[in-house]
Design a binder for this molecule. Sequence first.
Ligand code: UGA
Length: 433
Amino acid sequence: MKISFIGTGHVGLVSGVMMSYIGHEVTCIDIDEFKINQLRQGTTTIFESGLNQYMDLCYRNNQLKFIHGYDRSIQDAECIFITVGTPTKKNGDQDLSEVFACCTKVAPYISNKCAIVIKSTVLPGTCLKISQFIKNKGLINSVISNPEFLREGQAIQDFLNPDRIVIGAQNAEDFRLMRQIYEPIISQGITCIETNLNTSELIKYVSNTFLANKIALMNEMANLCEIIDADITKLSYAVGLDKRIGHEFLNVGPGFGGSCFPKDLLALQQLSRHLDSRCLILDSVIKSNKYRSQYIFNKIMDAIGLDISKKNIAILGLTYKAGTDDLRNSPTIALIHKLRAQNANIVAYDPQGIRNIENYLEDLYCVNNLYQAIEYSDAIIIMTEWLEFKNIDLIKAKKIVKQPVIIDLRNVIDNTYATYCGFKYYSIGQKDE
Ligand code: UGA
């Protein structure tokens, strides 16, 4: 089938490339000319493991095109996926201006058989509004909801082997169209949920809220473990063995971040406020994660000693999690601001995130090597769970640091081994040795 994607951010680019890989003729469109030129030259604009190879393959097979702006090249599209951003406005509402702008801009080109599929994360009620919006322009195109569940860093596996595909539509023909698009995936036995537009939109929000809830609960239980001398690692393992709970998203850390969880939870909270539908659990998860940032700062201050001015702090990990170069809502950025306010000297290292740091902290001193970062440090703070940090050579590290202190906010290092190597080791939710 001929499919167009509007917006080549993380979701649009991965989905566009992978739709092409499963056999469709895909055109990816963006208003950012620089980005499109880069993509045409075969350079991916985001870090996503494996994406380059899939993009190369599809591009060489003439199954994938990149276009700057809107033109006649979309007139043959049987379906257009909208994958642009839905950020939060200053007043807390979801900003749908980009989504509506796309609908307006594609309108002059598309045929009336072309379905408009909303893949951007939008609040319940949005697809119905879009449907009305395009009707008011005299168009009769279908509007379909098809939320995405791709995790950064694992987006390709998530696309090819999703837990489910969710489709919200208003008639049998639209469901048929979407099943046809996803046929190569559905035929592997993947469940496809067909429902109305509002339910489809809400499924996405409830999934993210549920996952964020799991993380926030375990982070709070880790705080309790520290007080009563219990062990969060054993605890989460045992709790996760209950099949009704499962092991995933029980890992403690510096709080959840990224471009999705914080934004989506706030959007759902705002919707429930507008509709006067109390959502107390959601309120608590947001509050809990906000407090997490202060909690970890206090923990660091307790570990290093209250006066950290002029102390050399090595920050390992800038991104909000491993496997990405994305720094949006990264707990590390918030922490660095707090440490700087105390006049600490910061050196940072991240295997992928440094290339984006200037958009957030342009004068941060970053180095390209883990051991260079920790040299002469008074404390090492591990913020993300990159394998490289887990595999750090502690014997070598001990020789080059000024003070052997590790504050491991992802529990990636073995407590006993760190102590054996001569480090004062602090982790989350465990008794410090
Ligand atoms: C999340 C969802 O997992 C995807 O299903 C969804 O499609 C995406 O948001 C979205 O809405 O577009 P992502 O933001 O890539 O994906 O990241 P996650 O892997 O979910 O991690 C989110 C945050 O939770 C990170 O800060 C991570 O470090 C933290 N986390 C995750 C934990 O602290 N502990 C865990 O056990 C898992």
